[in-house]
Ligand binder design. Structure first.
Ligand code: PHE
Ligand code: ZN
Length: 864
C-alpha cells in the first residue's frame, strides 16, 4: 500500500538548513534475512552509539513496518513506542545493542522500493529511502555502518544469494533451504545496502588492479540472457582501468557483482560491490540492441562503477547534496565515453540531452538549484538538474582549473573525505585549495536555478583592426528566486576571418562575471566572425547577432566540431522559427550548409549525421513565447521535405556509401549506420516514391537492431502500406523479448502520424502493456508525452490520457508516476485553450483521493 496523501494534508517540507547531525551512530549492523516472496523475516542487530551530549531516545525510521520484537542489550525492550512510522527506543547509556524483527512481503511490493520480487528473483532498491521499508534504521546517508548480512532461502528457487562486500561463508540447511553470509568492510550508508536472491548465472572475469590485486567480476542474469552480457562485462573492465588512469582510483573489494533485473525504477544502482541494473542497461546483442543501447550500457556501467569512489567511499551528508555524487559521477562517465569514441559527438549528444531535459526543467515550475533548499519527496529530485546540470558545474570547474589542478583537487577531495559523508561545499573547497583559485562567485551555480542567458555582440572597426565583443548576462527568475546575482560563465571564444576562413585569434577563455563586459581583440585585419561557447563551455543560452551567412560560414569553417554543429543548429533553428512566425520558410541557407557538410569528406559519419539533424520540435518550441505545436511541426516538416528533395542525390550517395559497411561495433561503423538512418529519413521526407520500399528492404535485410529500428521508425512515421506489415513482423519476431517490445511501443508513441494519440490509447490496452513494469510505462506513456505535436493535440485527449494513466500508476508505483508529470507542467508555454486543459488535468490529479506524496509534490508545484 502507498501512503495516502491528499491536498488537505500536504506533506511536510524538508529544508536543507534544518540539517542536524545524527543523534545516534550505528557503527555496525548485522542483518539476518529469512527470504520468501510471500513473507520475509528480517532480524537486525544494530550497535548504536550516542553522538554527542544529549538524552534523546533512539529513533529508527520505518515505512510500512511494525516490529515483531524489540530487544536492547539482549533483553526484551521496555518503553519503546511508535511515533507515526518511526520506532522510538529509550536508551540510557552511551552504547547499546538494539535488535528488531519485522516481516515484509516482497511479492506485494509494486513500488519497487525496498525488497521486491522481479522475474522470479528477489532484489532490493534502497536509494534514497527504501531501506526503511526493509528494517528499522536511521535511514539517512550520514549514518555509516559496517554490514554483516546473512541470507537464508529455498535453494531450488534461489540458488544464488548475493549481498555487498565479500562472501564469507555458505551452507545447506534442512528442508531444501540454504544460506550465505557476506561482510562489507567499508562503512556505508543504508541506501547502498543490497541483496539479491535468484536463479542466476554469471559471466565472470578477473580484473587485476593497478596495485596487482585480483578482483572477481560477475554479471548475473537469468540463464537465457547470458550471451548478452559480454558488452557490459567489457565496459566494466574498461571503466576500472580508466578510473585508475584518469583519477588514480583503484577498486577496493575482492568481488564486484552486477545483477540485471527487469523491473527497475531507474537506470541502475551503485550498491557497494553489488550494482543492481535495469536489464536494459546490461543486455545487448546485435539482433536486439541498437548502437545507442550499446553506448548507453557502457555509460551506465561506467557511471555505477565510478560511484564506488564518487558516492560510496565518499558519500553525501544529506540528500540536498545529491549532486555531489551524481553531478560528479555523470561528469566522470561523460569523460569516459568521450575517451572511448568521438569526444565531439559525445559532447553534441550530451548537450542535446541537457537542452531537452534540463533547460526545460530550469524554465518551468519544477526548476530548482543544483543544491536544492527544500523538498517534500527526495525521489522527485533525481532530476536532470541534479545530474546533468550538476555535471556541467564540475566540467566548468575543471575548465577553470585546468587538467592538472583539477586532478590535484579531486585527489585532495578523495583523500580528505574518504570514509565520510561530505557536502558540495567540501568539494568546492578542495577545488579552491588545490588550485589557489577563488570560486566564491562560482558557488552561485549551486544555489541559483535557471539557465543564464548571454547576449553577445561583436563590433569591428573597419580600419582600426580592433574588434570588441560586448557580453552581458542575466539569469531568469525561477520559483522562489525572483531575482538573481550574476554568475561566473566560462566562455571559450575565438574569431575567424570571413574572407580567408582562417582563425584570427587563438581560443580564449573568457570568465564573464559582471553583468556586462567588453572584450577587446587587437589587430583584427578582416571582418571577424564570432565563435562563442565553444565546446559548450558554459551551460547557457547564447543570443548573438550572427546572421544566416555567419552561421553558415561557421558551420563550414569553425575548427571546434561542437561549435560547427552549434552554428548549423542555430541556422536551422532561426530558419524554422522564422517560418513559424511568418508562415513561409526560406530554406536556401540551410540547404546549402547541409550540402557542404555532406560534401566534406574530412568529417566522420557520426558527426555528419548529428550535424544534419534538425533541432527537435520541442527545442524549436523553447525559442517561442507561445508554443504552437502544429505550426512548428509544419514548418519543420517543410524544411525536412525541401532538404530531402534538394539534396536527394546526396542523401542517396550517403545512404549507399554507409550501406556498404559490414556490421561491427567500431566507432566508424556505428557512425555509418547513424548517417544511413538519417539519410533514409530524408529520402522518405522528400516523398520519393521508392522511399518506403527502400526502408522496408533495410528493415527486412538488417543484420542488426540499429538498421532495423531505424527503418521501422521511418516506416512507422509514414503512410505507406508497408507500415503495418513492418510493425507486425517486428512484433512477432520479438514478442518474447521485453526490451525489444519496449522499442515497438516507443517507436509508435514517437510517430509523427496524425493518428498517434489514438494509436497510443489503443496500445495502452494492448495485452503486452502493463503499468507494472517501469520500462514499458516509459516506452509508451513517457515517449508519447514528449511527442510534442501528438501529446498537445488540440482536443486535449493527450493530456487526459496521461492524467488517467498516472492516476492509475500512482497506486502501483508512485516514484515512476511522479517522474512523468513534467510535460503537463509546461502549460504556461502554450495557448490559453491548451493551458486550461493541462491545468485541469493537473488539478484532477491533485484532487485524487489517496494521492502519493511523490505525485502530490510534482503535480501541485506544476500548477503554480
Ligand atoms: N543512484 C543511481 C545512479 O545515479 C540512481 C538511482 C536513484 C537508482 C534512486 C535507484 C533509485 O546511479
Ligand atoms: Zn548516479
Amino acid at each position: 500500500m502507498v501512503d495516502a496523501q491528499t491536498a488537505a494534508q500536504a506533506p511536510k517540507v524538508i529544508r536543507r538548513d534544518a540539517y542536524r547531525a545524527p543523534e545516534w551512530m550505528v557503527p555496525e549492523i548485522a542483518l539476518d534475512f529469512d527470504l520468501d516472496p510471500a513473507e520475509t523475516r528480517v532480524h537486525a542487530t544494530l550497535t548504536v552509539e550516542r553522538n554527542g551530549d544529549h538524552d534523546a531516545p533512539l529513533r529508527l525510521d520505518g515505512d510500512g513496518l511494525s516490529p515483531v520484537s524489540v530487544r536492547v542489550d539482549g533483553v526484551e525492550a521496555q518503553g519503546w513506542h511508535m511515533d507515526g512510522q518511526t520506532l522510538v527506543v529509550p536508551l540510557s547509556g552511551k552504547a547499546h545493542s538494539v535488535e528488531t524483527e519485522v516481516r515484509i512481503a516482497p511479492e506485494r511490493n509494486t513500488q519497487l522500493e525496498g525488497l521486491y520480487a522481479s522475474g522470479g528473483m528477489l532484489c532490493t532498491q534502497c536509494e534514497a529511502e527504501g531501506f526503511r521499508r526493509i528494517t528499522f534504521f536511521p535511514d539517512r546517508p550520514d549514518v555509516l555502518s559496517k554490514y554483516k548480512v546473512k541470507l537464508t532461502a529455498e535453494k531450488a528457487r534461489f540458488p544464488i544469494l548475493l549481498s555487498n562486500g565479500d562472501p564469507v561463508g555458505s551452507g545447506d540447511l534442512d528442508g531444501g533451504r540454504h544460506w550465505a553470509e557476506w561482510h562489507d568492510p567499508f562503512p556505508k550508508p543504508s541506501y547502498l545496502f543490497a541483496l539479491v536472491a535468484g536463479d542466476l548465472v554469471a559471466n565472470k572475469a578477473t580484473f587485476t588492479t593497478m596495485s596487482g590485486r585480483d578482483v572477481e567480476l560477475g554479471i548475473w542474469v537469468r540463464a537465457p540472457d547470458l550471451p548478452k552480457t559480454d558488452h557490459a562485462l567489457h565496459a566494466l573492465k574498461l571503466s576500472m582501468a580508466w578510473d585508475e588512469k584518469v583519477y588514480g582510483r583503484e577498486y577496493d573489494l575482492d568481488v564486484f557483482n552486477i545483477v540485471a533485473v527487469g523491473d527497475f525504477n531507474f537506470g541502475a544502482m551503485e550498491n557497494k560491490g553489488l550494482n543492481i541494473f535495469n536489464s536494459r542497461y546490461i543486455l545487448a546483442d546485435p539482433d536486439t540492441a541498437t548502437d545507442w543501447d550499446y553506448d548507453a550500457i557502457a555509460a551506465v556501467v561506467a557511471h555505477e562503477y565510478f560511484h564506488n569512489w564518487s558516492g560510496n567511499r565518499v558519500t553525501c551528508r544529506d540528500w540536498f547534496q545529491l549532486s555531489l555524487k551524481e553531478g560528479f559521477t555523470v561528469f566522470r562517465d561523460q569523460s569516459f565515453s568521450a575517451d572511448q569514441g568521438s569526444p565531439a559527438v559525445k559532447r553534441i549528444e550530451d548537450v542535446r540531452g541537457l537542452r531537452a531535459s534540463q533547460f526545460q526543467e530550469d524554465a518551468g515550475p519544477l526548476a530548482h538549484p543544483v543544491r536544492p533548499d527544500e523538498y517534500m519527496e527526495i525521489s522527485n529530485f533525481y532530476t536532470a538538474t541534479i545530474y546533468n546540470k550538476g555535471a556541467e558545474l564540475i566540467r566548468m570547474m575543471s575548465t577553470i582549473l585546468g587538467p592538472e589542478n583539477f586532478r590535484k583537487a579531486t585527489d585532495l577531495y578523495f583523500r580528505r573525505f574518504d570514509g565520510t559523508a561530505a557536502t558540495c561545499e567540501d568539494f568546492v573547497l578542495c577545488m579552491e585549495e588545490a588550485s589557489g583559485i577563488d570560486l566564491s562567485q562560482f558557488r552561485r551555480w549551486y544555489s541559483q536555478a535557471g539557465t543564464p542567458r548571454v547576449k553577445a555582440r561583436l563590433e569591428h572597426a573597419q580600419n582600426g583592426g580592433r574588434a570588441v565583443l560586448s557580453l552581458s548576462q542575466s539569469v531568469p527568475p525561477t520559483p522562489g528566486q525572483p531575482s538573481k546575482e550574476p554568475m561566473v560563465l566560462p566562455l571559450k571564444v575565438k574569431l575567424f576571418g570571413e574572407k580567408t576562413g582562417k582563425p584570427l585569434t587563438s581560443e580564449r577563455l573568457v570568465l564573464l562575471s559582471d553583468p556586462s563586459e567588453e572584450i577587446v581583440f587587437e589587430d583584427i585585419a578582416e571582418r571577424p566572425v564570432l565563435s562563442i561557447n565553444r565546446g559548450f563551455s558554459a551551460p547557457v543560452i547564447v543570443e548573438s547577432d550572427r546572421d544566416a551567412a555567419d552561421l553558415a560560414f561557421l558551420s563550414a569553417h569553425d575548427d571546434d566540431p561542437f561549435a560547427r554543429y552549434e552554428a548549423m543548429q542555430q541556422l536551422m533553428l532561426d530558419t524554422i522559427v522564422g517560418a513559424v512566425r511568418s508562415g513561409k520558410g526560406d530554406h536556401g541557407a540551410v540547404i546549402e550548409a547541409v550540402r557542404n557538410t555532406l560534401a566534406d569528406d574530412r568529417l566522420d559519419s557520426a558527426f555528419t549525421a548529428e550535424a544534419v539533424l534538425l533541432p527537435s520540435e520541442s527545442f524549436v518550441g523553447d525559442q517561442l513565447a507561445v508554443v504552437d505545436p502544429d505550426a512548428i511541426f509544419r514548418a519543420r516538416e517543410a524544411l525536412r521535405r525541401d532538404l530531402g528533395r534538394e539534396l536527394e542525390h546526396e542523401w542517396r550517395l550517403a545512404y549507399e556509401a554507409a550501406r556498404a559497411n559490414r556490421f561491427e561495433l567500431s566507432p566508424a561503423a556505428k557512425g555509418a549506420r547513424r548517417l544511413k538512418s538519417v539519410a533514409l529519413s530524408y529520402i522518405a521526407a522528400s516523398g520519393a516514391p521508392d522511399a518506403a520500399s527502400l526502408a522496408f528492404l533495410q528493415f527486412e535485410k538488417a543484420d542488426n537492431m540499429t538498421d532495423r529500428q531505424g527503418a521501422l521508425t521511418t516506416l512507422a512515421g509514414g503512410t505507406s502500406d508497408k507500415r503495418v506489415a513492418a510493425l507486425d513482423i517486428f512484433y512477432q519476431r520479438y514478442s518474447d523479448n521485453p526490451l525489444v517490445l519496449d522499442k515497438w511501443f516507443q517507436t509508435q508513441a514517437l510517430s509523427a502520424r496524425d493518428d498517434t494519440p489514438e494509436t497510443v490509447e489503443d496500445l495502452a490496452r494492448h495485452r503486452d502493456f502493463t503499468l507494472g513494469n517501469p520500462n514499458r510505462v516509459r516506452s509508451l506513456i513517457g515517449a508519447f508525452s514528449v511527442n510534442q505535436r501528438a501529446f498537445h493535440h488540440a482536443s486535449g485527449r493527450g493530456y487526459r490520457f496521461l492524467a488517467d494513466q498516472l492516476i492509475a500508476l500512482d497506486k502501483i508505483n508512485p516514484q515512476t508516476a511522479a517522474k512523468l508529470i513534467p510535460p503537463l507542467g509546461r502549460w504556461r508555454r502554450f495557448d490559453s485553450l491548451r493551458a486550461e486543459k493541462m491545468r485541469a488535468e493537473l488539478q484532477r490529479i491533485v484532487d485524487t483521493p489517496g494521492l502519493s506524496k511523490d505525485m502530490f509534490e510534482q503535480a501541485s508545484k506544476s500548477l503554480d
